[in-house]
Design a protein around this ligand. Structure first.
Ligand code: BV8
Ligand code: ZN
Length: 250
């Protein structure tokens, strides 16, 4: 199975990697399903990550997001993130296509060196004014009051895609063009439940792409992909990259 993954990547000319919270779990960032510990235990993520929740209680929602942002600031990328960045580097060096479509909002991929990243669900690090639309990337310091306000007096929200909101058109367009062109699709650390990302594997299969998954638990796509590996991305990905031969034609 591990050999299948390695051989598929070895032969790939155009690779799309999709990642979820499982890739950041080994950095100490709770996955989305278990993000609600302690103070937040009584909330359901779908009850906090919606425009309705923000409209109803902007202080609670912005406090939750800022606490998650500060937790990410205190965490470091893990070996799984670095392996994904190394995979990109190898593909770029061999002039092969590579795109990382991440559902994660923590920017740990970028901190590990990934460059060709599409943030499907936005990021905790950019906050936007709901009145004038001004967007700003925040420094790693917590807001001093909630909800944070813009110079124009408007409320500021996290630059993430909430449940019930459309993904950014350019992110979706980049994802679709990458999926239509790829010959290998690799799903990492995601429960493959949240749409539309959960359906990307079907788009890939439709164009005859070889589909792979590495995840701790089985998911709704485990029986659909050509090869599904159970395990931690922080352990398996470094092995994959280490055993991946030269991609550059000798
Ligand atoms: C939209 C940002 C529509 C915010 C997030 C069709 C059918 C059913 C429902 C829908 C549908 N279409 C739309 C919906 C509704 C909804 C949806 O999909 N709901 C789900 C619950 C069924 N989708 C939407 O609302 C999307 N919008 O489609 O627009 C529309 C149409 C017209 C007009 C208007 C709107 C928007 C979805 C984006 C939501 N925002 N994040 C925030 O972070 O707070 S989603 C959020 O949850 C994450 O970004 C991520 O995508 C998702 C969690 O998923 P995972 O990342 O996979 O994490 P999870 O914890 O679930 O799983 C972790 C996995 O890792 C596990 O499997 C575990 O085994 C594994 N793991 C753990 N440790 C490791 C590991 N694996 C390897 N190594 C380890 N060490
Ligand atoms: Zn403003």
């Amino acid at each position: 199975m591990l050999d299948d993954v390695i051989q598929s990547l070895q032969a790939a000319r155009s690779l799309v990697v999709v990642t979820g919270a499982g890739v950041s779990a080994e950095s100490g960032i709770p996955t989305f399903r278990d993000a609600l510990t302690g103070l937040w235990a009584r909330y359901n993520p779908e009850d906090l990550a919606t425009p309705q929740a923000f409209a109803r209680n902007p202080e609670l929602v912005t406090r939750w997001y800022d606490e998650r942002r500060m937790r990410c600031a205190a965490c470091a990328p893990n070996r799984g993130h670095y392996a994904v960045a190394e995979l990109e580097r190898r593909f770029v060096e061999a002039e092969r296509a590579f795109v990382l479509l991440t559902q994660n909002v923590d920017r740990l991929h970028q901190r590990a060196g990934s460059k060709r990243v599409v943030e499907l669900h936005g990021t905790l690090w950019v906050w936007r004014c709901i009145a004038c639309g001004a967007e700003r990337e925040e420094p790693p310091a917590a807001f001093t009051s909630y909800p944070p306000s813009c110079e124009c007096g408007g409320l500021r929200r996290p630059g993430v895609v909430w449940f019930g909101e459309m993904l950014a058109a350019d992110a979706l367009a980049r994802a679709h063009s990458a999926l239509e062109a790829c010959d290998v699709f690799l799903s990492l650390g995601t429960s493959a439940v949240v749409e539309p990302a959960a359906s990307f594997v079907h788009l890939a299969k439709r164009v005859g792409t070889r589909t792979l998954e590495i995840n701790l638990d089985s998911t709704p796509i485990s029986d659909i992909v050509d090869c599904s590996l159970r395990g931690r991305t922080g352990e398996i990905l470094p092995q994959v990259v280490e055993r991946l031969g030269l991609l550059v034609e000798s």
